[in-house]
Design a binder for this molecule. Structure first.
Ligand code: ADP
Ligand code: ZN
Length: 531
C-alpha cells in the first residue's frame, strides 16, 4: 500500500471556515474529507443539495498538488471555477471550449503547481497526450462527479466515463473519490467495479428529503391543474416546472404569464443570452417560476425553491428524484408535484420504440419507465417507494408527508385478474417454452385470435378467453401495476416479464392485489375517448 498521506498542507476545518465561511461540517462531510485527505478512496452517495462539492474541494486544497475534478457538465465548469476563485481558491478548467492561449495558461499553471482544483471533462482524457501531460504535474486527488454516468444500465450512461477506470492503474498512489446523487444498489455496485474502487470506503447518506411533500395527481386539464396548484399553494414563490418538449415549455410559460404569474421559459433551443437571463432572474429575484426542459437545473444552487412541478412524466425515478431534489435545499417545507396520465405512458413508450438505441438499450429504458410508472400508481407511501428504490428499506410505512399518506386513494381489488395474468404467463412459458410480450398475454386472456396466437397454439391454453370481463386498457393497467409492485419482474436484456417470488402468495390466494380505482376508471374512459 503506497503512502498516500504525504503532502497534506492544510487542515480541513480551517479551510471550511477560512475559505468557504462555514462553521460546521454537514452530515458525513467531515468523515469523507478526513478519509480522502489521508489518502483513502471513497464512494459517496449523497442526495442533491447534501454538500458533495466540499467533499472533494477541501481535500483538493488540503493536499499538496492539484485536485482533478472530472465532470460531465462542461457548461457548468465555468460557474464552478468562478465561484471557487471568488472564494480565493486557485481553480481552472480544461475543456474543448478554451482558446489556445487560455489552454496554454491553464496548463502552465498546473505544471507550476499553482492550481488547487482543475476541472476536466472525461472526454479530455481521450485526447492524445493528456495523461502524459497530467503526469508531469502533481495530482492531489481525482474526483469523479456524477459517477452514475459510468453505469451502463443507469439512466444517464456516458461512454467517456468508462475511460475513468484507467485512473486506478495510471495513478495508483493518488486517492480517488466518486460522487453521485442518484444510485440504485445496482448502479452503486457498477460504480465500484468499473472505477476499480474495490478498496474504497463507502459513504451512503440517507436519500430522504423529509421537507419535500410528494404529490402525484391524475392528469386532466394539466394547464388548469398547474395554475390552481401554483395559485392555491405557491403564489409568489419560486418554483421549477418541468416539461418534456421545448414547445410545451414555451406554451406553458406563456399561459402562466397570461395568468399573472412571473414565469420564464428555459430550454436548450433558446439563445444563450435568453437562457442566462432566465437563470439570473430565477436566482436573484424572488418568486420567479422557470418552465424548463430537464436542461435546466444541474448545478443551479437556489436554496428557496418552494416547488418542483412535472407536467410530463419523467423518464426514470432517478431523473424524477434528481429534479424534485432541487426543491427545498434550505430545509423549509416544499412540494414535488407531478401530473400523470395514460397519454404520457403511450408517448414515452413511443419515444423508446422510435429511438435509435438497440434492443438492450430499449429494454433498459423500458425498465426505467416501468419503475417511474410504479411510483405513479403506488398505493402505498411515495417516500417509502422512493427510498426503497435507492436501497433504503427501513423507512416507516407512513411518512405523513405525501399524498398517499395524507389522503389515501380509493382502492380496487384486482386479485382475480392478477391471478389470471400470472398463471397465463407461467403457462405460456412452461407449456410452450417461449416468452411473449404483455400484449400477447392479454390476447390470450381476452380470447383474441391472431395469426401468431394460432400459430403458437396459444388458444389451446387453459387460460384462453377467461378474462373477457376486462378491457385491454384495464389489463394493461393490471400488467403495469404488477410490474409496479414487483409481482412481475422484467428479466434479462430483453425485459421479459416473469412472476417474482412475491407473486406466489397471490397465486395461492393468500394475498390481495389492490390497485388505485382512478387508474381503472381512467383506463376505461380513455378507451371511449380514443386514448
Ligand atoms: P450537492 O453537490 O450535493 O448537490 P452542493 O455541494 O452544491 O451540493 O452543496 C449544496 C449547498 O450547501 C451549497 O450552497 C453549499 O455551499 C452548501 N453547503 C455545503 N456544505 C455546507 C456546510 N458544511 N455548511 C453550510 N453550507 C454548506
Ligand atoms: Zn408517505
Amino acid at each position: 500500500e503506497p503512502d498516500r498521506m504525504t503532502g497534506v498542507v492544510r487542515d480541513p476545518h480551517e479551510i471550511l471556515s477560512g475559505i468557504f465561511g462555514y462553521s460546521e461540517f454537514r452530515g458525513e462531510q467531515e468523515a469523507i474529507i478526513r478519509h480522502v485527505v489521508a489518502g483513502g478512496d471513497a464512494v459517496v452517495l449523497m442526495p442533491t443539495g447534501g454538500g458533495k462539492s466540499l467533499c472533494y474541494q477541501i481535500p483538493a486544497i488540503a493536499r499538496e498538488g492539484t485536485g482533478i475534478v472530472l465532470s460531465p457538465l462542461v457548461a457548468l465548469m465555468h460557474d464552478q471555477v468562478m465561484a471557487l476563485r471568488l472564494a480565493g481558491v486557485r481553480a481552472a478548467a480544461l475543456n474543448s471550449s478554451l482558446a489556445p492561449e487560455e489552454r496554454r495558461a491553464v496548463e502552465a499553471a498546473y505544471l507550476d503547481g499553482e492550481l488547487d482544483v482543475l476541472y476536466l471533462a472525461p472526454e479530455q482524457l481521450a485526447v492524445p497526450g493528456t495523461v502524459e501531460f497530467l503526469k508531469r504535474g502533481r495530482v492531489a486527488l481525482f474526483a469523479i462527479d456524477e459517477a452514475h454516468c459510468v453505469s451502463q444500465w443507469g439512466h444517464d450512461f456516458r461512454p467517456d466515463y468508462l475511460r475513468l477506470g484507467g485512473l486506478a492503474t495510471e495513478w495508483p498512489d493518488v486517492p480517488r473519490i466518486a460522487l453521485t446523487a442518484t444510485a440504485t444498489p445496482e448502479t452503486h455496485q457498477e460504480i465500484t467495479e468499473r472505477l476499480f474502487l474495490g478498496n474504497a470506503r463507502h459513504f451512503v447518506s440517507s436519500f430522504d428529503r423529509a421537507n419535500i411533500r410528494y404529490q402525484i395527481v391524475p392528469k386532466q386539464n394539466v394547464r388548469a391543474q398547474l395554475l390552481a396548484f401554483i395559485r392555491n399553494e405557491h403564489q409568489g414563490e419560486a418554483g421549477i416546472v418541468y416539461a418534456l418538449s421545448r414547445k410545451r415549455v414555451e406554451q406553458t410559460a406563456a399561459a402562466l404569464r397570461d395568468a399573472g404569474i412571473d414565469a420564464v421559459a428555459y430550454h436548450a433551443g433558446l439563445p444563450a443570452d435568453v437562457r442566462l437571463d432566465a437563470q439570473t432572474r430565477f436566482l436573484r429575484e424572488d418568486g420567479v417560476v422557470v418552465v424548463a426542459t430537464i436542461a435546466f437545473g444541474m448545478g443551479i444552487d437556489k436554496p428557496d425553491v418552494r416547488f418542483v412541478a412535472h407536467i410530463d412524466l419523467p423518464k426514470s425515478v432517478e431523473g424524477y428524484y434528481q429534479e424534485t431534489g432541487r426543491a427545498g435545499r434550505d430545509g423549509a417545507p416544499s412540494e414535488a408535484w407531478l401530473a400523470y396520465g395514460l397519454a404520457d405512458v403511450v408517448q414515452q413508450r413511443q419515444f423508446i420504440d422510435s429511438g435509435d438505441g438497440d434492443q438492450a438499450t430499449r429494454a433498459n429504458q423500458t425498465r426505467h419507465l416501468d419503475h417511474m410508472l410504479a411510483l405513479c400508481e403506488s398505493v402505498t407511501c411515495r417516500r417509502k417507494y422512493l427510498l426503497g428504490y435507492f436501497g433504503e428499506f427501513d423507512a416507516p410505512e407512513n411518512c405523513g408527508n405525501c399524498d398517499v399518506c395524507l389522503d389515501p386513494p380509493k382502492l380496487w381489488d384486482a386479485t382475480v385478474p392478477s391471478q389470471m395474468l400470472l398463471s397465463t404467463i407461467i403457462r405460456t412459458q412452461n407449456e410452450r417454452g417461449r416468452t411473449y410480450a404483455a400484449g400477447q398475454h392479454i390476447d390470450v386472456l381476452r380470447g383474441v385470435g391472431s395469426e401468431r396466437v394460432t400459430q403458437m397454439r396459444l388458444d389451446e391454453l387453459s387460460t384462453w378467453g377467461i378474462g373477457t370481463d376486462w378491457t385491454v386498457a384495464q389489463w394493461r393497467g393490471v400488467v403495469r401495476h404488477l410490474v409496479a409492485v414487483g409481482l412481475l419482474e422484467a428479466r434479462g436484456e430483453w425485459g421479459v416479464l416473469w412472476p417474482s417470488e412475491a407473486a406466489k402468495p397471490v397465486l395461492r390466494g393468500e394475498e390481495q392485489v389492490l390497485m388505485r380505482e382512478e387508474v381503472i376508471s381512467r383506463a376505461t374512459s380513455s378507451r371511449s375517448s380514443g386514448g
